[in-house]
Design a protein around this ligand. Structure first.
Ligand SMILES: Cc1cc2nc3c(=O)[nH]c(=O)nc-3n(C[C@H](O)[C@H](O)[C@H](O)COP(=O)(O)O)c2cc1C
Length: 333
């Protein structure tokens, strides 16, 4: 399912509370990447009574195209079970998707640096050498669950406290389908520029080992043009863009007819309105609190006269209907 991707292919990074099905559908409409990832979802929670509350993070729409489910957690048995449910299509049916529509793969989060996850020994904590046996057990259990029916990828960083390139020798030993390398250590969080030389070294290791794993570079990529240059320089299979989408929702555009900087106020507000309308239709009964929309306000409501004042109004609006009202009134002007 990843074999027919273009080279380099482009992915929108998983971003918790950002890249939900609503935002992905907006991006899919205006400038789609080749692959989307869901927000990270905890398998231990999915296999507990809390499941209904977590399923929203896995929701997707057929029109999004390729969507990879990103999982995290601690118990290999839960990874096995959830991977099985994804590969069989059972989970997609549970989400209400029609037969024949499924996730394009499963990704394991071994890079999230957040204290709460790391304290528990999950995500980026798996990079620490004492955690390699658990990381390996998680990968193997997920492979068991998938049983060759869907591709498996891992998204990780270049080390925990310090760079550790042997982590990649370890990971490449599992014959993964894809490996996304964020060119920073856990300790560096997002505070220093990503090190693309290290990402290139992972690709060199992959070649030396002669394994099929596709290598995807991640960290500070602005847009397609920037990503294409990096993919060429380091001979990477794919490029993942995260925060670049906040400054340019058209960052995946190929020779776009109109660059984001040239979009008028009317066009920007119309796109935000589309997202807020979809948000209202998708998330019922407070499934997503209204404040999660505020992250997007600056993306669309910027670079025109009066943007700051309008943002301030939108961000304190008490309801989604009021946000829509404000946007509607603006676009009449
Ligand atoms: C708000 C936010 C949420 C994120 N959530 C996730 C996540 O759920 N899973 C994950 O693997 N990475 C997550 N990340 C990390 C991004 O996927 C990406 O690796 C990181 O931002 C570096 O790429 P960039 O410089 O293109 O943004 C998140 C980043 C941000 C800014």
């Amino acid at each position: 399912m990843l074999d027919d991707l273009p080279r380099p292919f482009f992915a929108l990074a998983p971003m918790d509370d950002v890249t939900d099905t609503v935002f992905r559908q907006v991006v899919a409409d205006v400038a789609p990447p080749d692959v989307f990832f869901t927000e990270f979802v905890n398998v231990d929670g999915l296999m507990s009574a809390g499941r209904p509350n977590l399923l929203k993070k896995l929701r997707f729409a057929e029109k999004e195209g390729r969507v990879v489910a990103q999982l995290w957690g601690l118990d290999p048995d839960n990874f096995r079970a959830v991977a099985g449910q994804i590969a069989s299509g059972e989970l997609a049916r549970e989400l209400g998707l029609p037969p024949g529509v499924n996730f394009a793969g499963v990704d394991l989060n071994m890079g999230c640096p957040a204290k709460s996850e790391v304290r528990n020994g999950a995500c980026a904590a798996l990079i620490r050498r004492e955690s390699w046996p658990l990381a390996g057990a998680i990968i193997q259990a997920t492979q068991d669950g998938l049983n060759g029916r869907l591709p498996l990828s891992v998204k990780t960083r270049v080390g925990f406290s310090a760079v550790d390139m042997e982590w990649f020798d370890f990971l490449l030993g599992f014959d993964l389908d894809m490996l996304t390398v964020h060119g920073r250590t856990r300790k560096q969080m997002s505070k220093v520029p990503a090190d693309w030389e290290l990402i290139g070294q992972v690709r060199t290791k992959r070649d030396a080992l002669g394994v099929k794993t596709l290598i995807v570079g991640n960290g500070d990529v602005r847009d397609r043009e920037h990503g294409e240059a990096l993919a060429k320089q380091y001979q990477l299979d794919g490029i993942m863009i995260g925060r670049g989408i906040f400054t340019n929702p058209l960052c995946f555009l190929r020779d776009g007819p109109l660059e984001w900087s040239q979009w008028s106020k009317k066009q920007r507000l119309a796109l935000y309105k589309k997202q807020v309308t979809l948000f209202k239709d998708t998330w019922q009964n407070g499934e997503r609190p209204i404040h999660t929309l505020n992250k997007f306000c600056k993306v669309y409501v910027s670079d025109f006269d009066g943007a700051k004042v309008l943002r301030e109004e939108l961000m304190v609006a008490p309801s989604v209907d009021e946000v829509l009202n404000l946007l509607h009134n603006q676009n009449k002007i």
